[in-house]
Write a protein that binds this ligand. Structure first.
Ligand code: ZN
Ligand code: ZN
Length: 141
């Protein structure tokens, strides 16, 4: 399922189509929050019959990032990079400092602020980053 579409997607981004790349892509598409290379690796080695090593996962993620298919960021409290599909939408995240889980926040609270700041400083505002750290309900128990 979806393999024909994936070939088209990969072609559009100039990425050679391989089974391993498809597996990483599919896993990222299904993920509801940014994930680390280790998480992808763990998941894929459990479900795929083809063994993929961690450096292969990193290489694929690097390629996807370079081609703009995937966004890489350092959201995790322990400094590990996370990856998510590049949906071209502006997003913020809630991060648990205990278990490192990441939850996307809907909407942006800074839109008006950005506009006013641009007007008052005469800056052309390009972007901003905002991550909120906390302790998730599970870890509070
Ligand atoms: Zn937590
Ligand atoms: Zn924002």
């Amino acid at each position: 399922m979806g393999s024909i579409d994936l070939k088209v997607v990969f072609k559009k981004y100039g990425i050679k189509n391989t089974v391993q790349r498809q597996a990483v892509y599919n896993y990222l598409t299904d993920a509801s929050a940014p994930i680390t290379a280790e998480q992808i690796y763990m998941e894929l080695t459990q479900s795929e019959s083809d063994a993929m090593n961690l450096s292969t996962v990193y290489r694929i993620l690097d390629l996807f990032t370079k081609k703009g298919l995937v966004l890489k960021s350092n959201l995790q409290a322990d400094g590990k990079s996370t990856y998510e599909m590049n949906h071209m939408e502006h997003r913020h995240h809630l991060i648990c400092v205990k278990c490192n889980s990441i939850v996307p926040i809907k909407g942006c609270p800074l839109e008006d602020y950005e506009k006013r700041l641009g007007e008052s400083t005469n800056y052309q505002i390009l972007e901003h980053h905002l991550e909120i750290l906390g302790i998730c309900p599970k870890c509070r128990k």
